[in-house]
Design a protein around this ligand. Sequence first.
Ligand code: CO
Ligand code: ZN
Length: 332
Amino acid sequence: MELLKKLCLANGTSGEEENIRDIIIEEVKDYVDEYKTDPLGNLICVKKGTGGGKKIMYAAHMDEIGVIVTVIDDKGFLRFSNIGGINPYNMVHRKVRFKNGTVGVVSFDADTKMGELNLSKMFIDIGAKSKEEAEKYVQIGDSASLVSEFVDLNNHVSCKAMDDRAGCYCLIEAVKKNLRTENDIYYVFTTQEELGLRGATTAGFNVDPDFAIAIDVTRTGDIPEAKRMAVMMDNGVCIKIKDDGIISHPYVVNYMKECAKKDNIKYQLEVLEGGRTDSGAIHLTRSGVKAGVISIPSRYIHSPSETVSKKDLEECIKLIVATEKYQFKEAF
Ligand code: CO
Ligand code: ZN
C-alpha cells in the first residue's frame, strides 16, 4: 500500500498534476518503451507490441478535486470556488493545503443556516491578519488540495484523492507485470478529468485506439440508507455497463467478463446513476472507439475520506492484466 499512500498524499488538483506525473514516471519508466507528456499534461506511456496487433488504451486520471482562491478580503480571509465536484458539507472545518505549503481551515459565514450552506458562504482562514499579509502566502487563482491522512481500516484504506489515484495505482501495478503481446499498449495518465474529462479528450484523439478502458472509482450502494445501487465494497472489481457518459461497448463488456471468468477474478456489474469517467470522452473520439470501464467500488467519493477495499484493488489489477493478456480477442 506504500505506493497508493504516496500517490494519494501527493497533491495534484486539476491542471496541476505535475507531482503525480513525476511519481508515475519514476514507477513506470523501466517498463515502457517510451513516454511523453502532451500539451494538456497527459502522461502517455507506450509499450510496443510484437507486431500485427491492435492499439489498446488504458486511462486513469491523475487529478483530484480541490478549491481555488477567488477573492482575498480585507481581513485576510480567502473566498474560493471549486475545482471539480465539491460538496460544501464535506468542506466544513476541513483543512486545505496550497502548493507552497500554506495550510488553511475552511469555515463558513457565522449567520449561515446549515441547510443553506454553499461555497459562496464559505472561506479559508490561513491565519493572516490582513489582505496584505495573506497576499504574501496566497494569490488569486491559487489552488489547494484537501488535507487528509492515509488510514488503514482493516479491509479498507481511506484517504483523499482515491479518486483516481486508486486507478493510477492499479494501472501502474499492471504496467509492472511487464506483459508483452502483439498489441501496442498505451497507458495514459490523464489530466483534468474532474473538470469534464478534458485530458482524456485530447489523449484519446492523439492515441486513436482500437479499444479503450478507463480505470476509475465508482459509488457503492452499501452504506446506511444509500442511494440504490448494486455495487458493494469487497465484492470485487466492477465492469461498468453504463454511467452518464457512456454505454460501454458490448464487445468490451463481454471481453472483460470472459477475462474475469478465465482468471477467476471476482467482479460485479455496474450501472452508475450520476458520474462519468475518461471513457466517456475517449469513446467519442474521431469515428468512435470501442470502450469500457473498470471501476473500483468507493465510499465517500469527493470527500477527504474516500475509501476503497484492498481486495477490490487486487481484483482490479488482475482484471487489467487479464485484458492485456488475452489481447482483446473475444473467443480465447
Ligand atoms: Co471524481
Ligand atoms: Zn474519478
